[in-house]
Design a protein around this ligand. Structure first.
Ligand code: CMC
Length: 433
C-alpha cells in the first residue's frame, strides 16, 4: 500500500486493478485510510482486536499514548482534574463546552432532581442472592430502568436522549449504593438533594437511618477525581460495546447495561480490584522482591497489577493526578503506617527504580493509585469496578449520543474470515458413524 500527496492510498491486489482509498485527516493524531468501500471489490480487512481500525469519527476524547496526552473536548485531563469537578466534566463531555455559571447551576440541579429511582425498582434487589457481585446487580438493574422510564426511550428524539443522559448519570450512584447496602443487609439510604454528587454517593454508601456518616472533604475531592479520571477514554471495549448496541437502535438503558457488562471483565475495569488483591497476596514488604522476581520471570504468568498500559507507553497522565490524590488521602487519614498502604508505597518505590520496569516503561497506572484511594475511603474491593461504571456512564452516553446524532448512522456489523468446513452433503442419522 502506498500513499501519494493527494491524500489517497492505493492497494495492489493480485488479479485486480489497484484500488484507491481516501485518507481522512483528523484534527490530531494519525490519519485514517477510509476502506469502507473495499467490500465492493470483494475484500474485507482483517484486524482482530481492532488494533489498526478506527470504527467511528469522534470529537469527544483524544489520546496520544506515546506523549501521555489525554484531552476531553480539547482540555487536558490534569487541568480538568485539578480545576474542575465531575459534573462539570460530565457537562463538557455531553455538550462539547464547559458550562457557564448559569448552565452549571441548572445542570447540577437537574442531576440532583433525578437521583431517586422508581420505588418499585428496589424490589429487583430482593431477587438477587446477598452475595451477588455488585456488577451482576448493576447489569440487571440498570437494564431494567428501560421498563420504568418510557418518556426517554425514543432514541431519535434529542430531548429523550438528553433526559436519558441525565437520568443515567443521576441514578447510577443510587443504584450502586443500593447494591452495596443490599449486600450488607442494611436498609437503602435515599439520596439527599442538599449534597453534592460525590457527597451524596458517600452518604448513600456509608450512612444508616440511625446515623449520618460524617463526610470528609479530602475524601470527597479524592472520589471526585477518581470519577473525573475515569469519565471517558475514547473507543475502549465498553464504549465500543455501547456504540455497537446503540447502533441497532437499542434503548439507552439497555446500551449502558451492555457497557457495564463489558467493563466487568478483568482486562478492562477489574484492574484496580486486582491491585488490592495482589497487595493482600504479597502481604508483607519482605516479600516484594520475590514478587518482583515473579513479574520478571518469563515462565511465570504473574504480572504486577497496576503497572504498564496498552496505550500509554511513557506515562499515564491520569496516574500523575491520582498519585498526588493518593498521597493527600493518606495524609488526611494518617494511614501511612497501615501495613497495606505501606506495602503499596514500598512496591511503587522499588518498581520505579528497577531496570526491568524502567526499560519496559512499566510505570504505575491510574488503577494502582485509584485502588489504594478507594480502599482508603472504605469502598469494598468488589465495588471498585462499580465506581468505574458510575464514572464512565457519562462517557458511554456521550459516545452513544454522538453516534445517534450523526447523519451516517449504520448498524455495527463486522465481517469475518471464515475458516470452517466448506459445503458438504447432509448425512442421514442411520448413516453416521
Ligand atoms: N508486570 C510485569 N511485566 C509486564 C507488565 C506488568 N504489569 N506489563 C507488561 N509487562 C511486560 C510483558 O511481559 C512484556 O515483556 P516482554 O517484552 O519481555 O515480552 C512487556 O512488558 C510488554 O507487555 P505487553 O503485554 O506486550 O504490553 P501490553 O501493552 O499488551 O499490556 C497491560 C498492557 C496493561 C495489559 C499490561 O501492562 C498489564 O497486564 N498490566 C497489569 C494489569 C493492569 O494494571 N491493567 C490496567 C491497565 S490501565 C486500565 C485503563 O486504562 O483503564
Amino acid at each position: 500500500m502506498s500513499n501519494d500527496k493527494k491524500e489517497t492510498a492505493t492497494l495492489s491486489l493480485p488479479g485486480c486493478d489497484p484500488i484507491t482509498f481516501p485518507i481522512l485527516a483528523g484534527t490530531l493524531g494519525p490519519s485514517v485510510i477510509d476502506v469502507s468501500h473495499l467490500n465492493n471489490d470483494g475484500f474485507f480487512t482483517y484486524d482482530p482486536g481492532f488494533q489498526s481500525t478506527a470504527a467511528c469519527q469522534s470529537a469527544i476524547t483524544f489520546i496520544d499514548g506515546d506523549q501521555g496526552i489525554l484531552l476531553h473536548r480539547g482540555y487536558p485531563i490534569a487541568a480538568l482534574a485539578e480545576q474542575s469537578d465531575y459534573l462539570e466534566v460530565c457537562y463538557l463531555l455531553l455538550n462539547g463546552e464547559l458550562p457557564n455559571q448559569k448552565q452549571k447551576i441548572n445542570f447540577v440541579d437537574q442531576i440532583q432532581h433525578h437521583t431517586l429511582v422508581h420505588e418499585q425498582l428496589s424490589n429487583f434487589f430482593n431477587g438477587f442472592p446477598r452475595k451477588s457481585h455488585p456488577m451482576a446487580i448493576m447489569c440487571g438493574v440498570v437494564g431494567a430502568l428501560s421498563a420504568f422510564y418510557h418518556d426517554s426511550l425514543e432514541i431519535k428524539n434529542p430531548a429523550h436522549r438528553d433526559l436519558a443522559a441525565l437520568r443515567l448519570i443521576a441514578k447510577m450512584p443510587t443504584i450502586a449504593a443500593m447494591a452495596y447496602k443490599y449486600s450488607l443487609g442494611q436498609p437503602f439510604v435515599y439520596p439527599q438533594n442538599s449534597l453534592s454528587y460525590v457527597e451524596n454517593f458517600l452518604h448513600m454508601m456509608f450512612s444508616v437511618p440511625t446515623e449520618t456518616d460524617k463526610i470528609n472533604p479530602v475524601l470527597v475531592r479524592a472520589m471526585d477525581r477518581v470519577f473525573i479520571l475515569h469519565a471517558d477514554h475514547e473507543q475502549n471495549a465498553s464504549t465500543s460495546t455501547v456504540r455497537l448496541a446503540g447502533s441497532s437502535g437499542a434503548n439507552p438503558f439497555a446500551c449502558i447495561s451492555a457497557g457495564i457488562a463489558a467493563l466487568w471483565g478483568p482486562a478492562h475495569g477489574g484492574a484496580n480490584e486486582a491491585v488490592i488483591n495482589m497487595l493482600q497476596e504479597i502481604g508483607d514488604a519482605s516479600r516484594i522482591e520475590q514478587y518482583i522476581a515473579k513479574a520478571k520471570d518469563k515462565n511465570d504468568p504473574f504480572r504486577l497489577m497496576g503497572f504498564g498500559h496498552r496505550v500509554y507507553k511513557n506515562f499515564d497522565p491520569r496516574a500523575k493526578v491520582m498519585r498526588q490524590t493518593c498521597y493527600e488521602v493518606m495524609e488526611a487519614l494518617q494511614i501511612h503506617e497501615n501495613p497495606l498502604f505501606k506495602l503499596a508505597l514500598k512496591l511503587e518505590e522499588i518498581a520505579l527504580q528497577d531496570p526491568y520496569f524502567i526499560e519496559k516503561k512499566l510505570y504505575p497506572n491510574v488503577d494502582f493509585y485509584s485502588g489504594i484511594i478507594l480502599k482508603a475511603i472504605g469502598i469494598p474491593t468488589n465495588m471498585f469496578t462499580v465506581i468505574f461504571a458510575i464514572a464512565r456512564t457519562v462517557g458511554w452516553i456521550a459516545h452513544w449520543n454522538e453516534m445517534l446524532s450523526a447523519s451516517d448512522l449504520k448498524i455495527g456489523r463486522p465481517r469475518q474470515l471464515y475458516v470452517g468446513l466448506t459445503e458438504r452433503a447432509f448425512i442421514p442419522l442411520d448413516k453416521r458413524t
